[in-house]
Design a protein around this ligand. Structure first.
Ligand SMILES: [Zn+2]
Length: 232
């Protein structure tokens, strides 16, 4: 009986260790502060690598709203001039959204039907080539990583932190993978609290992301919030 219980507990522990999660376990969703600061982060994914939300970026420039841009390798390859232009703009900070845009799972688990890396080497092949690519663009090694789909397992978190990278989570999922309508985006951004990391996307110009963020970010500004890039 005791052996049976031990075996069940063992398998529960093993299963748990390979489970994917988006929060906790070394993932940063909020940077503790009493200041009215918010951290807008925009992902440029490989789901639509040729998409660039110029309207959103132009709005941020006009309003002087700082943001951290998580660029995937495929997106940089498809938009080399825009990527360089963004890298040259001190309003933005460029960070690592993976070379292959996969969940960070050493067990090869899937999120949104995208299969994760199945080994440490696989995980490193998602991270390191994009570190170099972004270094070429900016002259600076990224210090933050967000995996494709923003899903991780505990072993992957351990390996990413061992590289000296911080893992960018999110306190506010503002656009549900750029599928949310304007009104939903407005409601979600309004829930942000001081120090929160806000996640949205910049590679779906056909979506309502720009419309939703433009109104809601202005509202937060009027409430006394300001926007900063993620710290090093
Ligand atoms: Zn992505």
């Amino acid at each position: 009986m005791k052996v049976k219980i031990f075996i069940i507990l063992y398998f529960m522990a093993v299963t748990h260790a390979s489970e994917l999660f988006q929060h906790g376990h070394g993932i940063i969703d909020n940077i503790s502060t009493t200041d009215s600061v918010l951290y807008l982060t925009l992902d440029a994914c490989d789901s639509r690598p040729n998409g660039y939300d110029a309207k959103l970026i132009n709005f941020l420039r006009k309003e002087g709203i700082q943001a951290t841009l998580f660029l995937n390798s495929s997106w940089i390859n498809a938009n080399p001039k825009t990527a360089q232009d963004l890298a040259n703009d001190s309003l933005f900070k460029i960070e690592n959204h993976g070379a292959r845009h996969r969940p960070a799972s050493l067990a090869g688990k899937s999120a949104y039907a995208i299969k994760g890396a199945s080994s440490k080497e696989g995980l490193l092949s998602d991270i390191l080539p994009n570190q170099s690519k972004i270094f070429t663009l900016t002259g600076r090694e990224p210090t933050w990583f967000r995996s494709g789909t923003a899903h991780y397992d505990a072993e992957a978190v351990h390996e990413i932190l061992a590289l000296g990278l911080k893992i960018a989570g999110f306190a506010v999922n503002a656009d549900y993978g750029s599928t949310a309508p304007k009104k939903t985006i407005e409601k979600l951004v309004a829930q942000a609290l001081p120090g929160d990391i806000i996640l949205a996307h910049m590679n779906r110009p056909e979506s309502e992301v720009a419309a939703g963020l433009m109104s809601s970010l202005l509202k937060m500004k009027n409430l006394g919030y300001h926007f900063e890039k993620l710290p090093d």
